[in-house]
Design a protein around this ligand. Structure first.
Ligand SMILES: C[S@@+](CC[C@H](N)C(=O)[O-])C[C@H]1O[C@@H](n2cnc3c(N)ncnc32)[C@H](O)[C@@H]1O
Length: 159
């Protein structure tokens, strides 16, 4: 299986797939992170690039699975959706599987409650997901997504 890991960091997620003999490409805009990833996962290929820009380095390469962990909270909702749309269109095979794990809440209301509860720890510059608004925005953009809450503040989206 060919796997693309967006915002691969030090390659934690890439390593899981490389261990199953997948062909793995990790993308990140930090050369320090990529240096660590190359040491940790020598069998994978790592590419430097900004997810918010065009990733010319990937050319027309397509993947069976696109994954990402703890990255998309960096982007506001419309940026999230436009990145997802671009990767689904340009880099997924027909099977179209994308799995995104991140800091997330089931609804906008629950995110607001969490914001009040954890105000001291909340990073105001980050854009934690609310699944209800994200799924609606994805559907409007032609992407069908499902969501599973896996902890008090973490969840997984999949197409
Ligand atoms: C919290 S780390 C997560 C790393 C890895 N996915 C993991 O779970 O261990 C977030 C990563 O996203 C990368 N990142 C953030 N914004 C990015 C962007 N616009 N383009 C590419 N990489 C980005 C950061 O450099 C960092 O390595």
């Amino acid at each position: 299986m060919r796997v693309l890991d967006l915002g691969t960091g030090t390659g934690n997620l890439a390593a899981r797939f490389a261990a199953f003999a997948c062909t793995v490409i990790g993308v990140d805009f930090s050369s320090e992170m990529l240096a660590a990833a190359r040491r940790k996962v020598p069998d994978a290929r790592f590419v430097r690039g900004d997810l918010t820009g065009g990733l010319d380095l990937l050319g027309d390469e397509r993947f069976d699975l696109i994954v990402s962990a703890y990255v998309f909270h960096e982007f506001d909702l419309s940026t999230k959706v436009s990145i997802l749309k671009r990767f689904v269109r340009d880099h997924l095979t027909e099977r179209k599987r994308m799995i995104i794990g991140d800091i997330a809440f089931p609804t906008v209301k629950e995110r607001e409650e969490a914001h009040r509860r954890w105000a001291a720890q909340w990073d105001e510059e980050e854009h934690y997901w609310a699944a209800d608004e994200a799924i609606a925005a994805c559907e409007k953009a032609g992407l069908q997504a499902r969501y599973v809450q896996v902890s008090c503040c973490g969840g997984v989206f999949s197409t």
